[in-house]
Ligand binder design. Sequence first.
Ligand code: CA
Length: 222
Amino acid sequence: MPRILIAEDEPRIASFLDKGLRSHGFTATIAKDAREALLLAQGSDFDLLILDLGLPGKDGLQVLEEIRGQGEKLPIIILTARDDIHDKVAGFEGGADDYVTKPFRFEELLARIRVRLRGSSLDSGMEETLLKVGELTLDLRTRKVQVGDRWLELPAREFTLAEMFLRHPGQVLSREQLLDRVWGYDYDPGSNVVDVYVGYLRKKLGSDLIETVRGMGYRLRR
Ligand code: CA
């Protein structure tokens, strides 16, 4: 299981990342300030660092500089509200591997994390690339879905939703859980977007694949 270090002081975003990563087969650890981030990044305990630039204690760019200054090769993805070009340039010069600007969509960050993990030749830390339940297979590398002997492509959000179901076969997932992990921290909890997207998946992947559990949520049949 790839281990991700999250350096983020905003609890809402840290917990969104933590939950999202865990539900996609990663382990995650949160560092709430610059000191903690530096301390944790120094060991060889992590496969990737997600680094917020606005951290208490020290500026994230300085944290980046110190980590690279110690010769640490850990892939680093900068996460920040600053979309200023100067920060971007400084981030890359400081040795960041990639850059995601807030607000971001979880699947965008996830895709970037996967690219970085593949590039870092950490074979032991690689996550699995095929998820299979019954007739259904998801290829996380190519983002394609196989149903029986038919291959198809799903839009990003539908793919992430399908992935959630395949990671928890036979388990009831509530609307709130799905909204939280697939759509993220910015979504209106009263929204019916989950039901709409489950409808899309049923249409494309098979009508009896995902069952409605009344008053509870949805469940992927094993
Ligand atoms: Ca921050």
